[in-house]
Ligand binder design. Sequence first.
Ligand SMILES: Nc1ncnc2c1ncn2[C@@H]1O[C@H](COP(=O)(O)OP(=O)(O)OP(=O)(O)O)[C@@H](O)[C@H]1O
Length: 238
Amino acid sequence: MTGSTAPHGAPAPLLRLRGVSRTYGERKALLPLDLDLEPGTCTALFGHNGSGKSTLLRIACGRDEPTSGTARFAGRKISEDDPEVRARVAVVGDTVATYPDLTVREHLELVTVAHAVEDAGAWIDEVLADRRLSGHAQALPGSLSSGQLQSLLLAAALVRPRDLLVLDEPEQRLDPDARVRLAELLNGEKRDGVAVLLATHQPELAETVADRMIALEDGRVIAEGPPAEVLGELGLRG
Ligand SMILES: Nc1ncnc2c1ncn2[C@@H]1O[C@H](COP(=O)(O)OP(=O)(O)OP(=O)(O)O)[C@@H](O)[C@H]1O
């Protein structure tokens, strides 16, 4: 699915943003920027509250349209209304949205049915175990801790097919052990050829998983490059 190749032989970017900006009324949430994301790579967005990370992620997954510029996924304008985008782009948002009357397992079953996943039972068991949720499979969301709810959001993205994984601060509410396992998970996604785009407030996560880091401030790119270099520029590293 991700095997397209650019004319010069390098993998074609799965996600290509060109001159993308977003304005809300008078507020410039995002100034024009470019971003290419290739299969099997991870780009991390970093910046203070309100710097524009979620705005960029919403455009990248087709939930919002840029005020200017173009956002393309696999060569076509990205929109979450596009069945191909819904089939290939998995999103872990920054807010927890669950059905209060469905168990943890039923949430994941719902996702696998929607995405026509075959042999979903065993796969759901595996994802539940990886996210340390096996003992809560029959629990309703209201009885979960905030970290367990976050793990459920991650699990819902993992039980379905995906070529692009977009995550908004996936480390939030997770304990240190779960954060280490999150980094392992994202590196595994890259090995599987998934393109990963995440916003994070955790420099260690960016350094462990990201090939490229984009630091934003007031909607503007203030540093961009390998995470160690960007964190150095920001004075957040040795
Ligand atoms: N729907 C909206 N209407 C008006 N302004 C918005 C809207 N969404 C975001 N903004 C503004 O755009 C700017 C960027 O917000 P955004 O949510 O992208 O920041 P962020 O970097 O993700 O912050 P955080 O780290 O707090 O999640 C902020 O000034 C915010 O107030």
